[in-house]
Design a protein around this ligand. Structure first.
Ligand code: ZN
Length: 134
């Protein structure tokens, strides 16, 4: 069951510059850093009352984030929803003709399983489902 907003992904070109910006806006001391090779991204994240903000920069030109930046520029990239039934959710959505970018869960940041839904099926919003690895 989809339970909550887990995080908001923000596409950035320059991770260090974005970290400095977000540090000053939110007066952050602690920022989690992570390379996610499987997704081709470099992430800096912090949490506000249970909702993570993920600043996401591409590791290479083939990264989906690089393509997004090229097309749309910096800004909100996706909204991620936490679920405890990611496999069943993907099956249910596929059965309801929701176009899936990932038909099977993939390994994402924070060692979680993730899958993206195609924005053409979700009113223009790139949605991610994410789940703890069980
Ligand atoms: Zn995400």
């Amino acid at each position: 069951m989809i339970q909550a907003v887990d995080h908001i992904g923000i596409a950035v070109r320059d991770l260090e510059a974005s970290i400095a910006l977000y540090r000053s806006i939110f007066q952050l001391s602690d920022i989690h850093r992570e390379h996610v090779e499987a997704q081709g991204v470099d992430i800096a994240s912090f949490e506000l009352n249970g909702v993570r903000i993920e600043l996401t920069a591409p590791l290479n030109a083939d990264s989906p984030i690089a393509k997004f930046l090229e097309k749309r520029g910096e800004g909100i990239h996706h909204v991620a929803f936490r679920t405890d039934t990611i496999g069943a959710d993907l099956q249910r959505l596929a059965d309801n003709n929701v176009r899936l970018i990932n038909t099977e869960p993939q390994l994402g940041a924070h060692d979680m399983l993730i899958a993206f839904l195609h924005p053409s099926s979700t009113g223009g919003v790139l949605m991610e489902l994410c789940s703890e690895k069980s």
